[in-house]
Design a protein around this ligand. Structure first.
Ligand SMILES: Nc1ncnc2c1ncn2[C@@H]1O[C@H](COP(=O)(O)OP(=O)(O)OP(=O)(O)O)[C@@H](O)[C@H]1O
Ligand SMILES: [Mg+2]
Length: 331
């Protein structure tokens, strides 16, 4: 059976009734005496985008390689598409598509030939293979270059071809290790749209990225890997709320109103030149409501109110570069 007719029936059920595409418990991996993964747990619902973040060398590629059966874990269990990694690696391979961090493109043959090679690997008929290859080349804006040797492609074109090759198998779970590294902004947005389209078809996407805006834009859930462990996991919003720095800013146009508000809100930090006051806030609905109630009660009426939450860059630096204490408190 060609893998492109595989259905989501390989997914396992969750206690809540939703299905889980990838789950892992206690994954460990060392190279020599260097511990790379020190007990990783994951649970990725079917049809969602999961982003794994972490500094260079954190072990992101190692996680992708383990879950896609390319290297074996020293310890731990995982189910991928309902197949046990250790007991049924063949089943896992049939359920997934992988685009590695480094290109799988063969430079000596053309883009189209690379695609047809993948179609052969997936046992597609010549006709189906040509059809799918043509469609994907078109979608990735490679039709014009399709008959040129891939060695003549730019870095971004090779990357697009690489990902197009992964999609030939119509896998239901796709691993993308830094899919947009080296792509220009337009190509990145095209890639994001392709990922969204895959997800709306029910495909599960596991991606690693160095671009935090990419995780913010695409991922339903994000995990941050550092020192061999997942130091935080949640939606982008949840992660942003983990670290301090969020605040509500009140802007005034009339200096007298500003001065009276500043004296009422004694503990707010103020900028007398910009006529703004800042109150610490985690940006949650509950806290905003209590700030608004408090302002009303104090008779403070700002002309402008803006909520600032830390962005994922702040989260990344706090969780992966900070002191152990920072990491501890973010857990
Ligand atoms: N085959 C190997 N032999 C020895 N050490 C390895 C091997 N593969 C990976 N490592 C080490 O494991 C650690 C994690 O590597 P990995 O490639 O998983 O990191 P990464 O998070 O993907 O980094 P990057 O952001 O640079 O891609 C690194 O210290 C790396 O040197
Ligand atoms: Mg990597």
């Amino acid at each position: 059976m060609p893998s492109y007719v595989m259905s989501t029936s390989t997914s396992t059920s969750d206690p809540n009734g939703s299905t889980v595409a990838v789950s892992a418990v206690g994954l460990r991996k060392s190279y020599g005496d260097k511990v790379v993964l020190d007990g990783i747990d994951l649970r990725i619902p079917t049809g969602s985008v999961f982003a794994l973040l972490g500094p260079n060398g954190a072990g992101k590629t190692t996680v992708v390689k383990i879950l896609s059966t390319l290297v074996s874990a020293d310890d731990g269990q995982a189910l991928v598409g309902g197949h046990d990694l250790a007991a049924d690696p063949q089943g896992v391979r049939a359920a997934i598509g992988v685009t590695g961090q480094f290109s799988a493109v063969d430079g000596l043959i053309t883009g189209e030939e690379n695609m047809l090679l993948m179609a052969d690997l997936h046992h597609l008929s010549r006709r189906d293979g040509r059809g799918i290859a043509g469609e994907l080349l078109e979608r990735f804006d490679l039709t014009e270059a399709a008959n040129k040797p891939a060695s003549t492609y730019s870095g971004g074109m090779k990357r697009r071809l690489d990902i197009a090759m992964t999609l030939v198998g119509s896998a239901r779970i796709i691993f993308l290790d830094e899919p947009t590294t080296g792509l220009d902004p337009r190509a990145r947005h095209t890639m994001w749209q392709i990922i969204r389209d895959l997800v709306s078809d029910g495909v599960t996407v596991f991606l690693t990225t160095q671009y935090l805006d990419e995780a913010d834009e695409l991922a339903d859930r994000i995990a941050v890997l550092n020192d061999g462990r997942i130091v935080a996991e949640g939606t982008a919003e949840e992660l942003k709320r983990l670290i301090p720095g969020g605040h509500v800013r009140l802007g005034f146009t009339d200096p007298d109103t500003y001065r009276s508000a500043a004296s009422t809100l004694g503990e707010a930090s103020h900028d007398d030149e910009a006529l703004t006051l800042q109150l610490p806030s985690d940006g949650s609905q509950r806290e905003l409501r209590s700030i608004l109630d408090w302002l009303d009660a104090a008779g403070v009426e700002a002309d402008e109110l803006t909520v600032h939450t830390p962005d994922l860059d702040d989260v990344f630096f706090a969780l992966t570069g900070g002191t152990d204490q920072t990491k501890e408190s973010a857990r």
